[in-house]
Design a protein around this ligand. Structure first.
Ligand SMILES: [Zn+2]
Length: 257
């Protein structure tokens, strides 16, 4: 077997895993963000309910103060009743007191309504508090899990980088350059297995002569179509007919237009 082939395959395996890890690391902040979202919602709801209850409590106190002022005014009206001289004045004054009593009833009704609202608000507040606590626990747990995964990725990445260095050291610089170019041009797959006469990089059938050379593996061989470096990967496997047909390239398509 060509001495470069195994390190090359190893290098690609490492590079693919490194890429996978980096992709996961890129997505990590979004996952943490998502884990915090339910808690943020719960906190917002709690804040809204708290200020609503506070506003209603303040309004209730204001109405109670209104009631006190109103009652002292009504008290003054009643006290003046005895000072009145004519019946007409007396009747007018009685009417005023009656109106004041009616107003008192209205204020009392408002207070009662506000007390009910405050009570309901406080009940909602307790529920929201419980939901917030629950969301907090879930978020903490999920973030701890994500952090553990992230720490695992960091140490795996460090290990892979070490192994990568070792693989790179086994390759000559020209071959490494070729690998890099192919990797960039061929969607990160520079080395492809050959199975059943088919290059698994481009899925095209290769000439039997090339297949035989790849199987012998004395020299590094490239795919006729995609130029990927080929390695023998076991005995032929049944392959669906469709994948053995050459795919039309964009240039072929242009010619038919
Ligand atoms: Zn190919």
């Amino acid at each position: 077997m060509n001495p470069y082939l195994q390190p090359l395959i190893q290098l690609q395996t490492l590079d693919l895993r490194i890429m996978e890890i980096k992709e996961q690391q890129r997505k990590a902040p979004a996952l943490i963000e998502a884990a915090e979202a339910p808690l943020r919602d719960a906190v917002r709801l709690l804040t809204e309910l708290t200020s609503a209850v506070e506003a209603q409590t303040k309004e209730r106190r204001d109405r109670e103060r209104d009631l006190e002022i109103h009652e002292s005014q009504t008290e003054k009206l009643r006290a003046r009743l005895s000072e009145l001289k004519t019946n007409k004045e007396y009747q007018a004054h009685l009417f005023e007191i009656e109106m004041a009593n009616k107003r008192k009833g209205e204020i009392e009704e408002q207070i009662l309504l506000l007390m009910e609202r405050v009570e309901k608000g406080q009940q909602e507040l307790r529920q929201a508090q419980a939901r917030k606590t629950e969301a907090e626990q879930r978020s903490t747990k999920e973030k701890a899990r994500l952090e553990a995964v992230s720490a695992g990725l960091v140490s795996e990445l460090a290990e892979l980088e070490q192994k990568r260095k070792a693989s790179v050291a086994l390759l000559d610089s020209k071959l490494l350059e070729r690998y890099k170019k192919l990797k960039a041009a061929r969607k990160d797959l520079a080395v492809a297995p050959l199975r059943g006469g088919i290059c698994f990089g481009c899925r095209l059938q290769l000439p039997p002569q090339l297949v035989a050379e790849v199987k012998r593996s004395d020299e590094l061989q490239s795919c006729t179509y995609c130029q990927r470096i080929l390695y023998w990967d076991g005995e032929p496997l049944p392959v669906p007919a469709a994948t053995t047909e050459p795919v039309e390239s964009p240039d072929d398509l242009k010619e038919t237009v």
